[in-house]
Design a binder for this molecule. Structure first.
Ligand code: MSP
Length: 599
């Protein structure tokens, strides 16, 4: 992938570059290395100010209904937000809709609606999807809101007053679908559905058109060195690494100035350029400022803005890792701490698109597989580094194996009246499971304790870097080990009339419930409803579900366990109902059947 090339025909002389230095005195504090505070300090050591966190999703175009890829961006951000809250952070989580621009204007026209009514309808569909899928945003922004218009106008004026915006002209390829400018080398020949010759973007496959018009230009070229410094000084600014490298690579190429407005005669649906009613602000500049709007820009954004983290898909990397930081540097604002990039979901190896008719409807899937089911699948199988292929069958296999059989089976075993007739969190017996060998525990049991003890730290590292699939892999491996522990000691064969056997049985259940408590706590950002059911069954109160409360198996270390002897919570049924294969009837939801081993 290469950066689009933009043509600038005015005001690019060396005199101008010299003047630029004066207002572009880059403040190193704007991109000084940021560390992951949570990894270095415990929550209690951080001040209130340091305990702020701000996470955003991209704002979604309203020209079409939401699809699975959109939900994926939102679920990743939701996971990070929930995890930060568990760690004691005051986290702001923003999502919303991107409502201006030519393609929205055209989509509204095609739907026979006025643009705002059209946007309001589709925006409500995104909101409904997110509420249905437990996306716990704290702010939902629409770029047609007044607060946003004020922020964009202010931001524009700051850039203009600093001499970073000038009147110029643009001539080149433009993709309306991507709202993006392209160089000739980023364009190729193709045929449209009627066999007509057209030009398309090599990257997205979307049709491009030649555009020539007078508009305002942003001095992007002046920021190349600053952007390189920022990226080199912050090797974790864009994650995963391969995307960081991609941005560095783009910056090796020419970085021409950027057209940041369109003639009003061509684009009416957008924010007019302050002081020039003949021009409309470029939709990407408008859209990117949404992150500042939510932070409270221009009056009171400091608290949130210096802890901003963006989650984005790989197709919009250039906008977030080049244009956006350049705009921010120009406006004298700090840069985001991290741009987290994820790859795409494909269907049978092909990009999801309306024209191919292979778009996966996230709302329908959340009804088929439950909200937590689809969340678990997306985060378990989604690998930020590379594209993943979606099939309903894969969802069913993963959920049945890991949620129904492994996790649900373990909970069922440890709470079943046959093994736990008193329905309590039984006592741990140090003689049966001593710190040194000599009791009834075997070497694999000690390995399991080590793995579960170390699990929160492993999960923390993977949640921080948004390699959530690795966190879930680690949790899944531990759940298997705990199932192995129960299986190995066949507690159902112990003689409850024998006091030694009874103590050992209690210990097996106590240890297993402690493992389950850790898994339930760690899984809250992924599957909030399932975790709640699991923890409620174990009688773990809401105040005992934070990261700080994890403290695995204190009795093994000779400390008190607040859960020991507590009555279990009521049995609310299976943790996750077994799903039936959808073969031959892919789109039709089937009724979930109860798992045999969870009865
Ligand atoms: N409106 C812009 C973003 C502006 S942010 C200032 C936009 N909107 S979008 O609706 O097209 O895409 C929103 C998000 O969905 C992006 O992160 C994009 O990568 C993601 N996805 C779109 N298709 C996807 C898949 N097939 N798979 C995974 N995510 C994908 O871009």
């Amino acid at each position: 992938m290469r950066l689009p090339f933009l043509f600038v025909t005015r005001a690019r002389g060396s005199v101008l570059r010299l003047q630029l230095r004066q207002f572009l005195s880059p403040d190193p504090a704007l991109w000084k290395p940021q560390s992951s505070t949570a990894l270095r300090f415990t929550s209690t050591q951080l001040s209130k100010e340091d305990m702020s966190f701000y996470i955003t999703t991209p704002i979604f175009y309203v020209n079409a209904s939401p699809h699975l890829g959109h939900l994926y961006s939102a679920v990743i951000a939701d996971c990070l937000h929930r995890y930060k809250v568990l760690q004691g952070f005051n986290s702001k989580f923003a999502t919303g809709t991107d409502e201006h621009g030519l393609k929205i204007q055209q989509a509204a026209k095609a739907a026979g609606k006025d643009p705002l009514t059209f946007c309001t309808d589709v925006s409500a569909r995104f909101k409904h999807l997110f509420s249905s899928c437990s996306i716990s945003y704290t702010d939902y922004i629409r770029t047609t809101q007044q607060r946003h218009r004020q922020a964009v106008e202010h931001f524009w004026s700051v850039l203009q007053n600093k001499g970073l915006i000038y009147k110029g002209s643009y001539e080149g390829w433009y993709s309306t679908q991507d709202e993006s400018f392209l160089t000739p080398s980023q364009v190729s020949d193709a045929l449209d559905s009627s066999g007509k010759e057209i030009k398309v973007s090599l990257e997205s496959g979307h049709k491009v058109e030649w555009m020539k018009e007078e508009n305002y230009m942003f001095r992007l070229s002046a920021f190349r060195t600053h952007l390189l410094d920022w990226l080199r000084g912050n090797p974790r600014a864009v994650q995963p690494e391969r995307f960081h490298q991609a941005v560095l690579q783009w910056l090796q190429e020419d970085l021409p100035d950027l057209s940041v407005s369109r003639q009003r005669s061509r684009l009416q649906w957008g924010i007019p350029v302050p002081g020039d009613a003949e021009q409309t602000i470029y939709v990407w500049l408008d859209a990117l400022v949404n992150y500042l709007t939510v932070a409270g820009y221009p009056d009171k954004h400091d608290r949130w803005w210096h802890v901003a983290h963006h989650v984005i898909g790989k197709d919009i990397l250039k906008f977030h890792a080049i244009y956006w930081p350049a705009f921010l540097l120009g406006a004298g604002l700090p840069l985001p701490q991290v741009v987290h990039v994820h790859s795409h979901w494909t269907v049978e190896g092909r990009k999801m698109s309306k024209s191919l008719g292979n778009v996966v409807d996230p709302l329908e899937r959340s009804q088929m597989f439950t909200t937590d089911g689809i969340r678990y699948f997306l985060l378990r199988q989604g690998v930020p580094d590379s594209d993943c292929d979606y099939t309903d069958d894969k969802v069913i296999k993963v959920l049945n194996a890991e949620l129904t059989d492994s996790l649900g089976g373990l909970l069922n075993r440890c709470t079943a009246p046959a093994l736990n007739p008193a329905q309590i969190y039984p006592s741990f017996c140090p003689q049966s499971f001593p710190r040194e060998q000599g009791g009834r525990a075997v070497v694999e049991d000690y390995h399991m304790l080590d793995a579960v003890k170390g699990l929160p730290a492993v999960v923390e590292v993977h949640y921080e870097s948004l390699d959530v699939y690795k966190a879930l892999e680690a949790i899944s491996a531990c759940v298997r080990q705990t199932n192995g522990f129960v299986q190995r000691h066949t507690p159902w064969k112990l003689d409850m009339r024998d006091s030694k056997d009874q103590r050992w049985l209690d210990t097996i259940i106590h240890v297993s419930l402690e493992c389950l408590r850790i898994y339930g706590t760690l899984l809250q950002p992924i599957v909030p409803e399932i975790s709640d059911r699991l923890l409620s069954r174990l009688s773990v109160q809401p105040s005992e579900r934070s990261w700080a409360a994890l403290n695995f198996l204190p009795r093994y270390g000779g400390m008190d366990c607040p859960f020991e002897g507590r009555a279990l919570g009521s049995d609310s049924g299976v943790l996750f109902s077994r799903l039936e294969s959808q073969k031959g009837d892919k789109q039709k939801p089937k009724k979930a059947k109860k798992s045999a081993n969870l009865k």
